[in-house]
Design a protein around this ligand. Structure first.
Ligand SMILES: [Zn+2]
Length: 148
C-alpha cells in the first residue's frame, strides 16, 4: 500500500523494526539521518540494511538535517528528497522515514512530513516501534518457526 510513515527508533531495537515490517510488507525503510551512523551497532545503516529483506532499506540523505549540531533544521536537499518519495508513490511503494529522535515535534522528520503533505498531498503517519518485537501479533508464529 502506498503510504508514507515516520518513526524515530530511539528506545527501539532493529527487531522491533523487523516486527513492524512483517506486518507492513513492501514498505521500504528510508533512513533520513544526515549520516547513517550510530553508537548502537545495530542501528548503523549497513547493519539495518543487512537485517531487512533485500531492497527494503535506502539512505535518503536528501532529507537529512545538515544543521543537526545546531538547534535549527535545514534539510540537505528537500527537492531531491521529494522526487524520490514521488517516484516511490508512483510505483505504489510504502515508505517509512526513519530518524533516531524520540520526539516527533523536535525531529526534522516533522518538517519532512509537512513538506510531503504540502507538495505531494500525502499525510505521513507517525508510528511507534518501541516494544513491537514482543507484542506483535505475528510473534507466536515466529516463535513456532524458531522452535520447529
Ligand atoms: Zn530526528
Amino acid at each position: 500500500m502506498s503510504q508514507v510513515y515516520t518513526a524515530g527508533y530511539h528506545g527501539a531495537s532493529v527487531q522491533d523494526l523487523q516486527a513492524w515490517l512483517s506486518e507492513h510488507p513492501g514498505v521500504v525503510v528510508c533512513d533520513i539521518r544526515i549520516s547513517p551512523k550510530s553508537r548502537i551497532a545495530e542501528w548503523r545503516g549497513d547493519a539495518v540494511k543487512k537485517a531487512l529483506p533485500a531492497n527494503h532499506y535506502v539512505w535518503m540523505r536528501e532529507f537529512g538535517n545538515v544543521d543537526y549540531r545546531g538547534h535549527g533544521i535545514e534539510l540537505a536537499d528537500p527537492e531531491a528528497g521529494l522526487n524520490r518519495i514521488r517516484k516511490g508513490l508512483e510505483v505504489g511503494a510504502g515508505m517509512l522515514l526513519l530518524c533516531v529522535c524520540g520526539d516527533y515535534e523536535k525531529c526534522h522528520r516533522s518538517l519532512v512530513a509537512k513538506l510531503i503533505t504540502k507538495e505531494l498531498g500525502v499525510v505521513p503517519v507517525e508510528i511507534s516501534l518501541k516494544g513491537l518485537a514482543t507484542t506483535a501479533p505475528g510473534e507466536a508464529s515466529r516463535q513456532k518457526e524458531l522452535f520447529a
